[in-house]
Design a protein around this ligand. Structure first.
Ligand SMILES: [Fe+2]
Ligand SMILES: [Fe+2]
Length: 370
């Protein structure tokens, strides 16, 4: 049977038939599901890259002469990103994808593609950096540090917790209707909360982790690792935009009172994540006297994530370290195609994204693809 429509009355219980009658259909890419998903599809695929596209060997000249405390902070920061990317690929994106109604085959495809990038490309790239820069026993110690770091574990559990709640709702809704003990609105709340967590991860926590690699990149150091970071950053940028867009559609279905309640939940999550992230930043960057500067970038990205979710920024505008801004600016780099694959080099036609690319008219479901 066709799954429940997205918007339903508050009181209505979800009562899918079980076993569900066979009514499978296929993704028809000749018709638009909305007016933005196929744009994101094109952008995602045109940005595709592989961890092995970039050789890291030439960074070793710089890495080898860095002080130990700098190597330690750089490695721990990438380890944090590894943990986040791993679960975003294993759980985050897949859970959001399977929570969508079956009629959204194209949206699912886009989310599944993003899911594949997180672990198979992004997390693996961090492992490639570790493998190049660090001896194997130090890599093992690094992962063990992540397993035991309370702040990192708390961040993971705050984010993954929202995914797990939605996953349970989706499972029961689709496969175990006898156990349905929630309304359709409660399902949508869980879906929105998971998307909110996803955007906080993509647009805020990932970006905050890019501070230190960009800090080096902006000074022309560890350039190959910086190239990898720029490729990952480019992916996370559109991931956060896309899931943010989906989340806003759901948020609009709630009445004003429910929206206020959900905003309260979101700011509570934001404050918890900010507390854990701040402590984690101090652990990693206090030895370098950089924590204050990193936290400015953390707040800058929290504001960006809120905007992707359709809300106003909450932190005052502050000046981000120009070295990091310089590292973020992908248009100013020079490329040596014999030794690196920069973000200006793509296999397929790709244009740099502009804010105006993400101003859409209302979705015209079923409109033909031109
Ligand atoms: Fe990622
Ligand atoms: Fe992502």
């Amino acid at each position: 049977m066709a799954r429940q429509p997205l918007k339903r009355k508050i009181e209505e219980k979800v009562k899918p038939q079980f076993p569900q009658p066979i009514d499978f259909d296929g993704a028809n890419w000749n018709e638009m599901e909305d007016d933005y998903t196929q744009l994101f599809y094109e952008q995602n695929l045109s940005q595709f890259w592989r961890p092995e596209d970039i050789s890291l060997q030439s960074d070793l000249n710089v890495w080898d002469i860095l002080p130990d405390e700098v190597k330690d902070a750089y490695s721990k920061n990438l380890l944090v990103l590894t943990f986040l990317d791993t679960y975003q690929g294993d759980i985050g994106m897949p859970v959001v994808s399977r929570s969508l109604d079956d009629r959204f085959h194209q949206r699912k495809a886009v989310l599944n593609f993003m899911a594949a990038m997180e672990n198979a490309v992004h997390a693996k790239s961090y492992s490639n950096i570790f493998m190049t820069f660090l001896p194997s026993h130090v890599i093992s110690e690094l992962f063990a540090w992540g397993n035991k770091n309370d702040n990192l574990q708390n961040i993971m559990s705050l984010i993954v917790g929202a995914y797990e709640v939605l996953d349970r709702f989706t499972y029961v809704r689709n496969y175990d209707p006898e156990k349905v003990d929630f309304t359709e609105e409660e399902f949508l709340e869980a879906q929105w909360k998971a998307m909110c967590a996803s955007v906080f991860l993509e647009s805020w926590l990932f970006y905050s982790g890019f501070y230190y690699p960009l800090y080096f990149y902006g000074q022309g150091k560890l350039m190959q690792a910086g190239e990898i970071i720029n490729l990952i950053l480019r992916d996370e940028s559109i991931h956060g935009l896309y899931v943010g867009k989906l989340s806003q559609e759901i948020f609009e279905t709630f009445d004003a009172e429910k929206q206020e309640e959900l905003k309260g939940w979101m700011f509570n999550l934001l404050h918890k994540l900010y507390k854990e992230t701040s402590e984690l930043v101090e652990t990693i960057y206090d030895p370098l006297d950089l924590s204050h500067d990193v936290k400015i970038f953390v707040r800058y990205n929290a504001n960006k994530a809120l905007m992707n979710l359709g809300f106003d920024p909450v932190y005052p505008q502050e000046e981000v370290n120009p070295l990091v801004i310089n590292g973020l600016n992908t248009e100013t780099k020079t490329h040596d195609f014999f030794s690196m694959k920069g973000t200006g080099y793509q296999k397929m036609k790709t244009e740099a994204l502009k804010d105006s690319d993400f101003v859409f008219n209302q979705p015209a479901r079923g409109a033909k693809v031109s």
